[in-house]
Write a protein that binds this ligand. Structure first.
Ligand code: P53
Length: 478
């Protein structure tokens, strides 16, 4: 196998998780109910269901996660053993503001994160924190209609301010909204709820509602950037987009044009957050469709003043599209994606494309001119615990080998400025899309099934030792 380039000394090598997918303890320390707490478990054929309230007898995997809330002291030590020098997690909004609209924060929640971050730092691990990672207070959905409502800007700003004030000595790198562009797929209710807390009726215009919600998130994010810099000019606040490059299926000009519009559509979020303004094609699109997106002059000013410091992004896969002979140039993510015949897929149908990572990094660099941070990358797979009590996962090592190599080429050969690399779910946790435990990403195995049964024992997989070696060689020994 090919060897890699060595990354700079200060490069951050880490792992990434989100509070709701591993903490469990969904009611501990005064925590409120988040949107993840009312999502049942599903699998690749059966979508997760959102229930009106927490219903007895239903399975809610986020209620238990992997019990990180109680086991983190040992888990962080294991991360240090792996060699991590950073750890990306999120702050569960509902631990700090249980309903989201309180005036005063919940001290027990703040204390939990202060202790967690202290444990990281004691072990030579720098925490990297996402403020909103698919876990907004459910109350803000029920009582306010989610991010369509401008009042959420105030609530989020308050939450962000409290976090920056309390943790700015412990945490330098922040992100505002996780994978803010997943809602490009606005026909899927799961994405609308996860990103924006929208639960819409059939007769509402879902696309227009998505654009309004995303706008309010942009303003909230830009406010957070400004507040962070006021509190501590050392703080770095990033965007977080899901980078899935969309290729033209063929070199037919109409396919190429379609793919260009697909990229514009899926990444206008980054345009607004990095460049501080909306692209012209989108304003034209709204005009033609008579979409009335409420954007004030003050908002425009906030967006310009609150551009992000860096681009955090996830990378798992690439997509492809082709023109359908439509009158108007238009990209509808739920309908317009096609299989790429050159790529293999995971068991969950995610197309594996290491080169797409380098392509995406170059594309973003040309467009946004900001440092980047790969804050998720990984391979969801069924793992087997063998009779010898081990997990042999060569498929995961292959995936990481190929992706890290492309990352290093983007840095060394192409000159992309990259802060760090945090593979997703380096410890097994609950899947966001399916709620499964058995869709595993970890280099550390957690003994638990989809129903929450198991010893919760942590077991080092083969990939654990492989990544340890990669980090020790600063990326050269792949
Ligand atoms: P799961 C869609 C496409 C790419 C990444 O995903 C996505 C999603 C939404 O599920 O989510 C990110 O667990 C997300 C994590 C998530 C991870 O990728 O569905 O930021 O919360 O767990 C992997 O296999």
């Amino acid at each position: 196998q090919m060897q890699g380039y060595q990354m700079p000394k200060d490069f951050l090598w880490g792992g990434a998780v989100a509070a709701h997918q591993l903490e469990g303890a969904w009611q501990a320390g005064g925590k409120g109910i988040s949107i993840a707490d009312v999502m049942t478990g599903g699998d690749k054929n059966q979508a997760r269901v959102v229930t009106e309230t927490v219903e007895p007898g239903k399975i809610y995997p986020n209620h238990w996660g992997i019990d990180f809330y109680h086991q983190y002291p040992q888990d962080i030590k294991l991360f240090a053993e792996m060699g991590l020098n950073c750890f990306r997690t999120s702050i569960a909004w509902t631990r700090i503001f249980p309903n989201g609209d309180e005036e005063e924060p919940n001290e027990a929640g703040l204390q939990f994160y202060e202790d967690l971050f202290a444990q990281c730092l004691r072990n030579g691990i720098q925490p990297v924190v996402t403020l909103s990672h698919f876990e907004m207070p459910y109350h803000l959905v029920k009582a306010y209609g989610g991010w369509q409502n401008r009042q959420l800007i105030t609530f989020f700003e308050r939450f962000a301010r409290v976090c920056f004030e309390r943790f700015h000595h412990q945490v330098k790198y922040w992100m505002t909204f996780n994978e803010i562009n997943n809602q490009t797929n606005w026909r899927d209710p799961h994405h609308l709820l996860q990103n924006s807390g929208l639960i819409l009726a059939d007769d509402e215009n879902w696309e227009e509602a998505m654009f309004q919600a995303a706008h309010n998130e942009f303003v909230a994010s830009a406010r957070a950037v400004q507040v962070a810099h006021e509190i501590d000019d050392q703080l770095q606040v990033g965007a977080m987009v899901a980078m899935c490059p969309i290729y033209p299926l063929t070199s037919k000009p109409a396919d190429v044009l379609k793919a260009q519009r697909a990229m514009q559509t899926r990444y206008y979020y980054g345009d607004v957050q990095a460049l501080g303004q909306y692209p012209q094609w989108l304003l034209k699109y709204w005009q033609r469709h008579d979409y009335k997106i409420e954007i004030s002059e003050a908002d425009r000013q906030t967006l310009r003043a609150g551009t992000v410091d860096y681009i955090g992004f996830s990378y798992y896969m690439s997509f492809a599209t082709q023109a359908g002979g439509e009158q108007e140039l238009f990209f509808d993510e739920a309908r317009d994606l096609v299989d790429n015949p050159h790529l293999e897929k995971t068991d969950w149908g995610w197309q594996i494309d290491p080169v797409g990572l380098r392509y995406g990094m170059n594309w973003m660099n040309d467009r946004w001119h900001k440092p980047q941070f790969i804050v998720e990358n990984g391979f969801g797979a069924y793992d087997q615990l063998t009779a010898d009590g081990q997990v042999h996962d060569p498929y995961r090592i292959d995936y990481f080998h190929d992706h890290i190599l492309q990352m290093e080429k983007a840095v060394v050969e192409d000159g992309v400025e990259l802060i760090g690399y945090t593979p997703w779910g380096h410890i097994d946790l609950i899947s966001a899309s399916t709620g499964e435990m058995k869709k595993r990403y970890g280099m550390i195995y957690v003994d638990q099934d989809d129903h929450g049964n198991g010893s919760l024992k942590r077991i080092r997989k083969d990939s654990f030792y492989w990544y340890q070696k990669v980090i020790a060689s600063r990326g050269a020994d792949l």
